[in-house]
Design a protein around this ligand. Structure first.
Ligand SMILES: Nc1ncnc2c1ncn2[C@@H]1O[C@H](COP(=O)(O)OP(=O)(O)OP(=O)(O)O)[C@@H](O)[C@H]1O
Length: 583
């Protein structure tokens, strides 16, 4: 069965309507469950034309989310993907229709055409002034004169324009004219990587859309799409969809270069906001650069879904001044975005540091000293080792944290590789550490900032010691002192101690071993060997530790058991990489 947060499949629609109505003070529902499922605006202005929409459930926030001043006066819900019965539609019409009349907007599906159509005819015979508008905006399928185009997400634009017109006091004929003009000036198409599953049903096995596949041109009821193929990058998908919508051959959308359009990027259920924004970005560029139209309004979000379908649809609406005003008009409806959707130049320069800072200019030396060459070799070795170890570190972090420790470090390594040939003053030890701290600011994450803090402190310590930029570089003792200062800063800011299951459990014993060997005159290589050994023992010991810091502290003890801390493991990686370069 589909894994949904529900009680019983049969109560899916009713309980969700109850919750929706409870979330806005002006919303009411007709007391007719289970046959009559109608949400209406209990505070609607009775002098205005009423606007009603509806259809099967499973498309939330459509249609109840659009009820409110400035959009729909009522929404009639059927069961999941099933048209509501005529009686329910009629009940809605009788509830909200006054002298000014009612416009009933539906999407083009047989069941809706019949049930809503019959209700409108019945209402007329009861003396109501009623009109019906059928919306068909889907550009995926060739036009059929018998059934017409399917209605999908663009219908929300029609709700908005009709609702704004009614709220402005237009008569029924005018509301219908504006709504019909909108319906005839838009095209939509969807794409998905999964099919939706009705509550209480079992997903098909194998699924209709397999891993790495996509379907183009789906409806909003899980019906198969117009074509299926391998999943492509979103730029290519958007290009396919827009070419279909804007095609001059099919003439779905009558549009000229230079026209103003609104773009709607709609989640079909379970697509992340970030994915929708990537699609929006691609669609805006393509509409402007390829189709030479002005994207004047952009709406990105969840407007009309198909239960949990992992897909999105694009709608392009040709704008005129009347439509822009209607889209911009105020509405109470909870599912219409609060921001205007206006698309304007939107980049601002990153502010530069003001006044006195220590952000001095750094540059590569023209010629490397002995020390500079060793520094370059060591840094290259660290970068390669970290990049190679990143997947393994991510895998460890996935068990005990959020799975990005290796990726975070790899980002740092890539930045160092770039700066090594650009601006690191490699002959100067303190300058290089300071430069590395600056470079690693791009890393982000907890470990990123901790390395920046440590390197800054170490650079300060080396700067204070002599011979930071001599041909041979600092002595082992000076490095040992810098290492100690780095750890003090790290502990001060991270608040972690030895035994808390962090990178410190590798760093503290490593620093101790390095310092002991360096101060007893055993030489740099020996000191590094001792440091590596101590770090590895320290990292291994974290397998048995409870976590008191970082994300692991929220993970149950039994999950942590036998998994080393990824940050501590990473310390071993870069320490060994340095050792491998020391003669
Ligand atoms: N308070 C802390 N003190 C010292 N080290 C820490 C602390 N918190 C986390 N760490 C180290 O950081 C490592 C994880 O690094 P990572 O950059 O992935 O951090 P994160 O907590 O997942 O943060 P983000 O999600 O922001 O990246 C841990 O394995 C641990 O060694």
């Amino acid at each position: 069965m589909a894994s949904y947060f529900i009680n019983r499949p049969n109560d899916f629609v009713l309980e969700s309507i109850e919750g929706a109505v409870a979330s806005a003070p002006y919303l009411r529902r007709l007391d007719g469950f289970p046959e009559v499922k109608v949400i209406f605006d209990g505070e609607a202005d009775k002098s205005k034309v009423a606007v009603i929409s509806g259809g099967g459930s499973g498309h939330e926030p459509a249609h109840g989310g659009y009820v409110g001043r400035g959009m729909l006066t009522a929404a009639v819900a059927g069961d999941v993907f099933a048209s509501p019965p005529t009686e329910a539609v009629l009940a809605a019409i009788r509830t909200v229709t006054n002298k000014a009349g009612v416009l009933v907007i539906i999407k083009n599906y047989t069941g809706d055409r019949l049930n809503f159509g019959l209700a409108v005819e019945q209402a007329k015979s009861e003396g109501y002034k009623a009109k019906m508008l059928v919306v068909g905006d889907d550009c995926a399928l060739p036009y059929s004169h018998l059934v017409g185009r399917r209605g999908i997400a663009g219908t929300v634009f029609v709700h908005k324009v009709a609702g704004a017109s009614a709220a402005a006091g237009d008569d029924l004929a005018t509301v219908l004219r504006k709504a019909r003009g909108t319906a005839q000036s838009m095209g939509s198409m969807g794409v998905a990587t999964s099919v939706c599953t009705a509550p209480g049903s079992t997903p098909a096995d194998p699924p209709r859309i397999g891993r790495g596949e996509m379907e183009l041109g789906l409806g909003i009821h899980g019906e198969p799409g117009a074509s299926k193929g391998p999943l492509k990058p979103v730029d290519e998908i958007v290009a396919l969809v827009l070419h279909r919508i804007m095609s001059s051959e099919t003439d779905y959308l009558s549009i000229q270069q230079g026209a103003k359009v609104a773009l709607l990027v709609n989640s079909l259920g379970s697509v992340m906001p970030a994915e929708l924004h990537i699609a929006a970005n691609a669609a805006i560029s393509m509409l402007q650069d390829t189709f030479k139209v002005e994207v004047a309004r952009v709406y990105v979000g969840t407007f009309m879904t198909s239960l949990d379908m992992a897909g999105f649809s694009l709608t392009v609406l040709v704008l005129d001044d009347e439509r822009v005003a209607a889209l911009d008009a105020d509405t109470q409806a909870s599912a219409w975005p609060r921001c205007l959707g206006a698309h304007v130049p939107n980049k601002a320069p990153v502010p530069m540091p003001s006044g006195q800072t220590d952000e001095g200019h750094m540059s590569m030396p023209e010629q490397l000293s002995t020390f500079g060459a060793r520094m370059k070799t060591a840094l290259s070795s660290i970068c390669e080792a970290v990049i190679q170890a990143a997947p393994e570190l991510d895998a460890l972090d996935a068990k005990v944290g959020d799975g990005d420790c290796g990726s975070t470090l790899r980002r740092g390594a890539a930045a160092i590789k770039a700066d090594m040939t650009r601006c690191l003053p490699l002959n100067d030890a303190a300058g290089t550490l300071k430069g590395l701290a600056r470079t690693l600011r791009v890393m982000g994450g907890t470990s990123g900032v901790l390395y920046v803090i440590s390197l800054t402190a170490a650079a300060g310590a080396l700067h204070d010691s002599s011979a930071t930029s001599g041909n041979e570089g600092p002595s082992e003792q000076a490095w040992a002192d810098a290492f100690a200062q780095a750890l003090l800063a790290l502990q001060k800011y991270s608040r972690a101690q030895k035994g808390d299951r962090t990178m410190l459990d590798a760093l503290i014993p490593a620093q101790q071993a390095f310092s002991d060997a360096a101060h007893s005159g055993e030489g740099g290589k020996k000191a590094l060997e001792q440091a590596c050994k101590a770090a590895e023992e320290g990292a291994a010991a974290t397998k048995a530790m409870d976590a008191n810091a970082g994300r692991s502290s929220y993970v149950p003890e039994e999950v942590l058991r036998d998994v080393p801390d990824p940050g501590a493991q990473a310390v071993c990686v870069w320490l060994k990489a340095i050792l491998s370069t020391v003669q």
